[in-house]
Ligand binder design. Structure first.
Ligand SMILES: *[C@@H]1O[C@H](CO)[C@@H](O)[C@H](O)[C@H]1NC(C)=O
Ligand SMILES: *[C@@H]1O[C@H](CO)[C@@H](O)[C@H](O)[C@H]1NC(C)=O
Ligand SMILES: *[C@@H]1O[C@H](CO)[C@@H](O)[C@H](O)[C@H]1NC(C)=O
Ligand SMILES: *[C@@H]1O[C@H](CO)[C@@H](O)[C@H](O)[C@H]1NC(C)=O
Ligand SMILES: *[C@@H]1O[C@H](CO)[C@@H](O)[C@H](O)[C@H]1NC(C)=O
Ligand SMILES: *[C@@H]1O[C@H](CO)[C@@H](O)[C@H](O)[C@H]1NC(C)=O
Ligand SMILES: *[C@@H]1O[C@H](CO)[C@@H](O)[C@H](O)[C@H]1NC(C)=O
Ligand SMILES: *[C@@H]1O[C@H](CO)[C@@H](O)[C@H](O)[C@H]1NC(C)=O
Ligand SMILES: *[C@@H]1O[C@H](CO)[C@@H](O)[C@H](O)[C@H]1NC(C)=O
Ligand SMILES: *[C@@H]1O[C@H](CO)[C@@H](O)[C@H](O)[C@H]1NC(C)=O
Length: 281
């Protein structure tokens, strides 16, 4: 059994040119995602914009200016477990991504503190598909970046990636009072959502945008006898996103709801109001 597995692995390695992704991962749909890059090269009236790496046309490429640090980033608009990235480039003298890093992060910032490295590109990417598997296993994040800190260009003709979407939070498009929302989340999922940091605020905001009510309930409740706000997971409020004119003190029977548009600020609302809500799943 063990030997035959090993045998299959060896055959697989020796017959494939592009080792590809580990099997079992879905191709992430990218043409509805948003890309950015450090700068945009323009020639003959063509802007070599970042989206050209995602347009499923391997003849159109994105291209940055030649600068000391250059990068290209795609925002997957959700949390993904990423297994591998495939890059195709045309065969052209100034394309060399060797030494560039593939970074995965939860914020659009590209510094070491906010990203984890998937792998470093160690082959030329010209003229053929090259697949880069994340070293040491899959990585989780929302932003995938090709980051080059040696002067030159980042040119990408086609980028594809495999992984799977992770949904830590789920919008429930039903109009319920705060308590009914809480019961629903606890019965069907884990709990009404608690937002303890900026990153979670970002994920919940993305879900909230799909709501059909102007606000969505959060798991933040006012304990009026004690003039005290507390998350349903028993955490105190260290991170907050109150709208500027919301005072901390409230009347009894108040909970917090997030504006479904704009910066997704928090508002105090009567627990009897009926809104869509977001569960932690
Ligand atoms: C290229 O970008 C410039 C500056 O953003 C813009 O003015 C121009 O219309 C763009 N050209 C094309 C063909 O999109
Ligand atoms: C991004 O957030 C998810 C969920 O909170 C976490 O599992 C993952 O490790 C984070 N990724 C990075 C690069 O910090
Ligand atoms: C990036 O990392 C720094 C240092 O850990 C942190 O203070 C900052 O809030 C992070 N930025 C985002 C957008 O998460
Ligand atoms: C993978 O793990 C090895 C050993 O712990 C480490 O040296 C290497 O830097 C890791 N690679 C990445 C991309 O995290
Ligand atoms: C590139 O890195 C991968 C993974 O670390 C390794 O398997 C491969 O042999 C390297 N290729 C070259 C040309 O160094
Ligand atoms: C590039 O696109 C052409 C036309 O669709 C296709 O024939 C060719 O195989 C593609 N090349 C790669 C490496 O995917
Ligand atoms: C290169 O990868 C793209 C996207 O995964 C795929 O459509 C294309 O067929 C691949 N080309 C070759 C020659 O394998
Ligand atoms: C470029 O990135 C590599 C890999 O992370 C790092 O070792 C090196 O110090 C960086 N160089 C500069 C100039 O920041
Ligand atoms: C919830 O209320 C909104 C208006 O606030 C309405 O547009 C929507 O249809 C309602 N949804 C359900 C499932 O009743
Ligand atoms: C919700 O946010 C939008 C966009 O920023 C803003 O126009 C609207 O006034 C906010 N709702 C409330 C009740 O403040």
């Amino acid at each position: 059994m063990l030997w035959s597995l090993l045998f299959i692995t060896l055959i697989g390695r020796s017959t494939q040119q592009d080792p590809g992704c580990s099997p079992g991962w879905e191709t992430i749909k990218l043409d509805d995602k948003v890309a950015f890059q450090s700068s945009v090269y323009t020639a003959n009236g063509v802007n070599y914009t970042s989206d050209r790496a995602l347009d499923r046309n391997n003849a159109t490429c994105s291209d940055t200016l030649n600068e000391p640090i250059t990068w290209w980033t795609v925002d997957l608009l959700g949390l993904y477990e990423i297994s591998c990235i495939t890059i195709y480039n045309v065969n052209q003298y100034n394309i060399d991504l060797r030494g560039a890093q593939i970074l995965i992060g939860n914020s659009s910032e590209r510094n070491a503190a906010n990203t984890t490295e998937c792998t470093t590109i160690n082959t030329t990417t010209s003229g053929e598909n090259n697949t880069f598997n994340c070293e040491n296993g899959t990585k989780w994040g929302r932003y995938v970046t090709v980051y080059k800190n040696t002067s030159g260009l980042v040119i990408l003709c086609e980028v594809t990636m495999k992984g799977r979407k992770k949904e830590p939070f789920k919008l429930i498009k039903e109009n319920k009072t705060w308590e009914d929302a809480l019961y629903h989340c606890r019965e069907e999922h884990m709990d009404l959502v608690s937002i303890l940091d900026k990153e979670t605020q970002g994920w919940v905001g993305l879900e909230a945008q799909k709501a059909d009510t102007p606000f969505v309930w959060l798991g933040l409740q006012y304990i009026c006898g004690f003039d005290f706000w507390i998350w349903v997971n028993d955490q105190c409020v260290f991170f907050d996103q109150w709208a500027p004119d919301e005072t901390r003190t409230a009347v009894c029977g108040t909970s917090a709801a997030m504006n479904t548009s704009g910066n997704h600020l928090w508002y105090k609302k009567s627990v009897y109001d009926k809104y869509n809500f977001i569960c932690a799943v």
